[in-house]
Design a protein around this ligand. Structure first.
Ligand SMILES: NC(=O)c1ccc[n+]([C@@H]2O[C@H](COP(=O)([O-])OP(=O)(O)OC[C@H]3O[C@@H](n4cnc5c(N)ncnc54)[C@H](O)[C@@H]3O)[C@@H](O)[C@H]2O)c1
Ligand SMILES: [Zn+2]
Length: 374
């Protein structure tokens, strides 16, 4: 039977100007629609397909051939894989190459890769000739459900992550879940951690599906992936539409990230981001339940789903609870040394009081959940 690509559209409408309206195309096998999408959106004279060398091997060459067959003037630019490429020097090298290749104001940047490539290439697009259009084509689960949507672009600085960057909304997002087939198990599970977070933040039905059929999800069946990715995109789009410039509400997406970031930092990146966030969510949910912010019984459901998806939920052995809390206190999200948390009220709904979306918790309570290793 011929393979019929399926897709659906999620529209993003930001309040400020009409040209910040774009669509997230989510589908299985929809990559061949890219040349048509590009033609319909803009007459680009140069197309720069930015990727990393892993993704180039799996998918980059195919996409370049697809664009060229369609008569589009595309160039493939690959950077080494990993967070270390998300820095100013690599951005400058890409820009030099783009200028050498004749890139002008009518260039289009395509970001083919995970969150690292989306952030880096998005920031290149944000400043090249004072801003050219870009289309993220996310290839990791994390990038599909999080990094590719929302217009935050950045590079890291030795003093911290994402310290240099810009808001630059894409003109479209093309998400083909078939890319997930080549992703390694650890990266895939890491992305699932953000899926659990998104479900807790704003989609109780998605959470129910994760609870009922973890094995379907772990099998990466394209249909299941499409449902899961599009549900997450809808939640993220809803939050971004309400807070395009990250001035308050977007903080709800940081559930699990206060302790998660502290752990990630503390263990010098021995845990993947997703693993650290999974532990962060389990601990913050337990603390929120003990503080009577989260409905009784919900923390147990969150922990059980994470475990079924093969994610860790306990502080690793040998890690001192007091030092994790100390690291959280030094994080940029802390306010005058007060550690703040984005906490659910129940699964699918975050706590909000007036305009505040993050809350302090008593240290002794957080230390007690951090110390619980059973
Ligand atoms: N802008 C935002 O709103 C936002 C949100 C969340 C995270 N981020 C950023 O995202 C980055 C992390 O993203 P990530 O986890 O996707 O990491 P990543 O981009 O480094 O990708 C992880 C690894 O998977 C490989 N890979 C990617 N797609 C593949 C595929 N289909 N098949 C095989 N291998 C593949 C990559 O080469 C890399 O080695 C961080 O820099 C983080 O700051 C940004
Ligand atoms: Zn995250």
């Amino acid at each position: 039977m011929p393979h019929r690509p399926k897709s659906l559209l999620i529209r993003v409408r930001l309040q400020r100007t009409r040209d910040e309206l774009y669509a997230v195309h989510v589908g299985a096998g929809i990559l061949p629609s890219l040349p048509g999408l590009v033609r319909a959106l803009l007459p680009a004279h140069r197309i720069f397909l930015v990727t990393d060398s892993n993704v180039r091997r799996f998918h980059g060459q195919n996409l370049l051939a697809l664009l060229r067959r369609a008569g589009l003037p595309a160039h493939l630019l690959a950077v080494p894989p990993g967070e270390k490429s998300k820095r100013r020097q690599v951005k400058a090298r890409l820009e030099d190459r783009m200028l050498d290749l004749g890139g002008g104001r009518d260039s289009l940047v395509l970001a083919l890769g995970g969150g690292m490539v989306c952030d880096l290439a998005g920031f290149v697009a944000a400043t090249f000739h004072r801003g050219v259009p870009f289309i993220p084509i996310p290839t990791t689960l994390l990038a599909m459900v999080d990094a590719a949507i929302g217009g935050k672009t950045a590079v890291d600085h030795p003093r911290g992550k994402n310290l240099i960057g810009a808001f630059h909304q894409p003109c479209a997002v093309l998400t083909d879940v078939e890319f997930l087939a080549t992703l390694n198990e650890r990266e895939f599970r890491s992305g699932l951690s953000e899926v659990v977070k998104t479900a807790v933040v704003g989609d109780p039905d998605l959470f129910g599906r994760l609870e009922r059929s973890p094995s379907t999800i772990l099998s990466r069946h394209p249909e299941a992936m499409m449902k899961l990715v599009s549900a997450c995109c809808r939640v993220k789009v809803r939050v971004v539409e309400a807070d395009a410039r990250d001035s308050g509400l977007r903080a709800v997406l940081n559930f699990g990230h206060t302790l998660g970031h502290a752990l990630e930092h503390h263990l010098r990146y021995r845990l993947s981001h997703g693993e650290a966030v999974a532990i962060g969510m389990a601990l913050e949910a337990r603390a929120a339940e003990a503080a009577r912010i989260l409905k009784a019984g919900e923390a147990g459901r969150i922990v059980a789903v994470l475990e079924k998806l093969g994610l860790p939920t306990l502080l690793p052995k040998g890690v001192s609870p007091a030092r994790v809390l100390e690291t959280a206190r030094r994080d940029k999200k802390a306010e005058r040394g007060e550690v703040r948390y984005a906490l659910p009220r129940k699964i699918g709904e975050m706590t909000r009081r007036r305009d505040r979306h993050t809350f302090p918790l008593p240290d002794r309570l957080v230390l007690s959940v951090l110390s619980d290793r059973s």
